[in-house]
Design a protein around this ligand. Structure first.
Ligand SMILES: *Cc1c(COP(=O)(O)O)cnc(C)c1O
Length: 332
């Protein structure tokens, strides 16, 4: 199907590889598990935001902007990838981060600083609430700011994950595989919305299952409402004749009751089992929780042994260093 081609700035290493997690699958006595390695997108420890940034930054260039502004938590993977992309393209980057500056920056924050981002600390506001104000200040001092939304999740960023489905489809065909399910962490929605649009655009038969990691991302609107909105906007931008509704999105909300970024036994077990069986690192906030959810679904016999589940590794690994204490803790 002919989609409208949006401008794209090539900054990542694509296609990302696919691993066959034979030992993990055996340890879980479960379905075949493939892993799509978006933790290897190539820019400062990689991650899924690089796919969105390729389109967002192309849009920034088209608008004559020279400064990227975005926000998130202190350990935001999205902010770290935005800062690294800015460095690679010679743009300035301002990050609006929740919390207070730590004595010694670590994990993602350390990388933000190493790649030269300017950090604005905003105390309890961890979702970039003060971005408009900071962008105004930058404009009045002669910069041309481009605001990237929380998690890069709008109809432009999401196009990166529509394109990712075309990439996956080609890989599945080349390998002669059949993928029954695609499982991934879902938070600001651009990944799931883009995959859902891509599933229609490129006729992917696999069922998409998002594992929710953040219960209060969008205030009163449900997360599924948010996903529907982004998916419809993305389809429209790409000239795809499709109309999505709430029932097009499966999001498992039952694995996040501890709240965003709180590591418990679910995440710890998923991280250590994957590391011990495959030598592959998951992160404490997103992929650890999503893999924990997948393991729980496997134990509940939600898949048969001859099915294939593709786990989309969305990145986030630099955060393990700043979560060392909770990763080492015992109990729940
Ligand atoms: C941002 C992020 C996600 C979630 O992607 P969304 O598009 O925000 O839903 C998942 N995993 C990691 C590691 C992330 O950084």
């Amino acid at each position: 199907m002919g989609l409208i081609e949006l401008p794209r700035e090539k900054i990542g290493l694509f296609p990302t590889p696919i691993n066959d997690l034979k030992r993990l699958s055996k340890a879980l006595d479960g379905p075949r598990i493939l892993m799509k390695r978006d933790d290897q997108t190539g820019l400062a420890f990689g991650g899924n935001k690089v796919r969105k940034l390729e389109y967002l930054i192309a849009d920034a260039f088209r608008n004559g902007c020279d400064t990227l502004v975005t926000g998130g938590a202190a350990q935001s993977n999205h902010c770290r990838q935005t800062a690294a992309a800015a460095a690679a393209l010679g743009l300035s980057c301002h990050l609006v981060l929740g919390g207070e500056p730590p004595d010694i920056p670590d994990g993602n924050l350390l990388i933000d600083i190493l790649v030269g981002a300017t950090i604005h600390w905003t105390g309890p506001l961890r979702k970039g609430e003060s971005i408009p104000e900071i962008a105004d200040e930058l404009s009045s001092s002669g910069d041309k700011p481009y605001i990237i939304p929380y998690g890069g999740s709008n109809s432009i960023g999401s196009a990166g994950f529509v394109n990712a489905v075309s990439e996956l489809k080609q890989q599945i065909m080349d390998r002669g595989e059949k993928v029954d399910y695609v499982v991934f962490a879902s938070s600001s929605g651009g990944t799931q919305a883009g995959l859902t649009v891509g599933k229609i655009a490129y006729d992917l038969s696999a069922q998409l299952i998002g594992i929710g990691v953040d219960k209060d991302t969008f205030g009163h609107a449900s997360f599924e409402d948010q996903l529907t909105g982004i998916a419809n906007d993305t389809a429209e931008r790409l000239g795809l004749d499709a109309n999505f509704s709430l029932s097009d999105f499966i999001v498992k909300h039952e694995y996040m009751e501890k709240g965003y970024g709180v590591v418990g036994s679910l995440e710890r077990e998923a991280i250590s089992l994957t590391a011990e069986n495959e030598g592959i690192l998951l992160d404490p906030v997103y992929t650890g929780r999503a893999m924990g959810g997948l393991m729980d679904m496997i134990r509940n016999k939600e898949f048969t042994k001859n099915e294939t589940v593709l786990f989309w590794h969305t990145g986030g690994t630099p955060a393990i260093f700043s979560y060392a204490q909770s990763l080492m803790a015992a109990g729940t």
